[in-house]
Design a protein around this ligand. Structure first.
Ligand SMILES: CCCCCCCCCCCCCCCC(=O)SCCNC(=O)CCNC(=O)[C@H](O)C(C)(C)COP(=O)(O)OP(=O)(O)OC[C@H]1O[C@@H](n2cnc3c(N)ncnc32)[C@H](O)[C@@H]1OP(=O)(O)O
Length: 172
């Protein structure tokens, strides 16, 4: 991605949130003795917001979260590990990809708990969208994520547009 006008593109490493850990306590558990999914989603949103804020250089709000699939449960005695990075930036919005893993307290093999894509929008003091700098993907993995993010955005926008059209056509 090229610089746009006077706004220099920022590398993914500028904003990435790496290896943030959270120790599971009993009050994080649901009746099944596994970690409450909403708690994991709330933590993920906070870490993802940090990545978005760093890239934008200001305050960002969560506009949407794509489908969240819980791949495996996190349990009592686990430590959760969060990694979030900006995949692509458009005019005022950014896609942040997050991966959450778990390991037993004390270390050991990591399990993949969930992955999700969140869209953040940079806003001014009145909550109005403001432009964000372009993103400069560098590694091969960053370039793949950058490319895939564009396809996801197109699907997101098309889905929103089609839902709007469907609802507009319904009787009240
Ligand atoms: C004294 C003060 C000190 C303050 C200092 C501390 C402040 C501390 C702040 C903490 C921050 C919280 C960080 C945690 C995260 C939350 O918890 S945020 C809370 C939950 N989120 C919200 O409340 C957001 C509510 N929604 C909104 O405010 C508005 O819908 C939005 C998101 C700003 C968009 O506004 P809009 O007027 O609809 O924007 P619009 O011009 O149509 O589109 C703007 C962009 O948004 C994209 N977009 C809009 N809707 C969507 C969607 N549903 N999906 C994907 N993209 C979308 C558009 O595609 C467009 O992208 P670009 O093409 O520009 O790149």
């Amino acid at each position: 991605m090229q610089d746009i006008g006077d706004v220099p593109a920022k590398p993914v490493s500028h904003s990435a949130v790496r290896e943030q850990v959270y120790m599971v306590f009993p009050n994080d558990l649901n009746a099944n003795d596994t970690v409450f999914g909403g708690q994991i989603m709330a933590l993920m949103d906070r870490f993802a917001a940090v990545a978005a804020d760093r890239h934008a250089g200001g305050v960002c709000v969560t506009a949407s979260v794509d489908a969240v699939h819980f791949i495996a449960p996190a349990k009592r005695g686990d430590v959760l590990i969060f990694n979030c990075s900006v995949n692509r930036a458009w005019t005022t919005s950014m896609e942040v990809g997050c991966k959450v893993e778990a390991e037993r307290a004390g270390g050991g093999e990591r399990r993949h708990i969930l992955s999700a894509y969140l869209t953040f929008v940079a806003v001014d003091a009145d909550g109005k969208p403001v432009p964000v700098p372009p993103l400069k993907p560098e590694s091969a993995a960053e370039k793949h994520r950058f490319e895939e993010a564009q396809l996801r955005r197109e699907l997101r926008l098309r889905h929103a547009e089609e839902m709007k059209r469907l609802r507009a056509g319904r009787q009240p």
